[in-house]
Design a protein around this ligand. Structure first.
Ligand SMILES: C[S@@+](CC[C@H](N)C(=O)[O-])C[C@H]1O[C@@H](n2cnc3c(N)ncnc32)[C@H](O)[C@@H]1O
Length: 217
């Protein structure tokens, strides 16, 4: 584990630890991108990935970025609150010969912007807004860093999903963990992007996830 961290960052190290990273790594090596990851990559590719830059917030082991780099993205930047993915991500990049085109920053929270993060053509957040308390601020900051597109996934805001997340949060509280999951209002998240000058271009379903794509208007 990388040396941890600010109080806001430390809560991500427990659930998103080296074991979680190894599980993602095994799955990616066995079967490639998951269905939702593939849909996100396709959305970016259809907007033009050749020569484009990509910023991924909470990109984990970087599977979507590997795909986009193979399809011609010029470079990617990954922001993570947990440092537990770094060894796995580096190994995948080295094996693919793509290390030089990727910048990975740990502990940089785009929403509070304590460090300069480069603007990119496309910004991606997959399975991230549901891990972050202020999703609206994170999406507004993502929009401010996107020249062309923001693609993000969120869980459907159903009662079963809310009950599941509530139960998981109760378990984490009992175990003394600081991490919490969230089921934010989809409409409020879409509105955050609209207010930042983006137009929503359809929401697609991918398993339990909804994938929203927004283009700079
Ligand atoms: C469920 S994991 C998903 C990882 C990866 N996107 C995937 O789908 O495999 C959520 C990740 O979001 C990261 N995260 C949450 N808020 C973040 C923020 N503001 N900036 C960067 N990463 C963040 C957490 O550290 C965690 O690794």
């Amino acid at each position: 584990m990388d040396e941890c961290c600010s109080p806001g960052q430390s809560r991500y190290y427990e659930p998103f630890d080296a074991r979680f990273a190894r599980r993602l790594d095994r799955r990616y090596r066995r079967t490639g991108l998951t269905g939702p990851e593939r849909r996100i990559a396709e959305r970016i590719e259809s907007d033009g990935v050749e020569g484009a830059s990509v910023l991924e917030v909470g990109g984990g082991i970087g599977a979507i970025q590997l795909e986009l780099l193979r399809h011609g993205a010029s470079n990617t930047t990954n922001l993570e609150m947990s440092g537990a993915y770094e060894a796995t991500a580096r190994a995948l990049l080295d094996e693919a010969g793509l290390t030089a085109r990727v910048r990975r920053l740990v502990g940089v929270d785009l929403a509070t912007a304590d460090r300069d993060v480069p603007i990119a053509d496309h910004v991606v957040l997959h399975r991230v807004v549901c891990c972050y308390p202020d999703a609206l601020a994170l999406l507004a900051a993502s929009a401010a860093h996107a020249r062309r597109t923001v693609v993000f996934s969120h869980p459907a805001r159903t009662w079963p999903r809310r009950a599941l997340v509530g139960a998981a949060n109760a378990m984490m509280r009992l175990r003394g963990m600081a991490y919490r999951g969230y089921v934010h209002s989809p409409e409020a998240m879409y509105e955050a992007l609209r207010s930042a000058g983006f137009a929503l271009d359809g929401i697609v379903r991918a398993g339990p996830w909804r994938i929203a794509t927004a283009h700079r208007a």
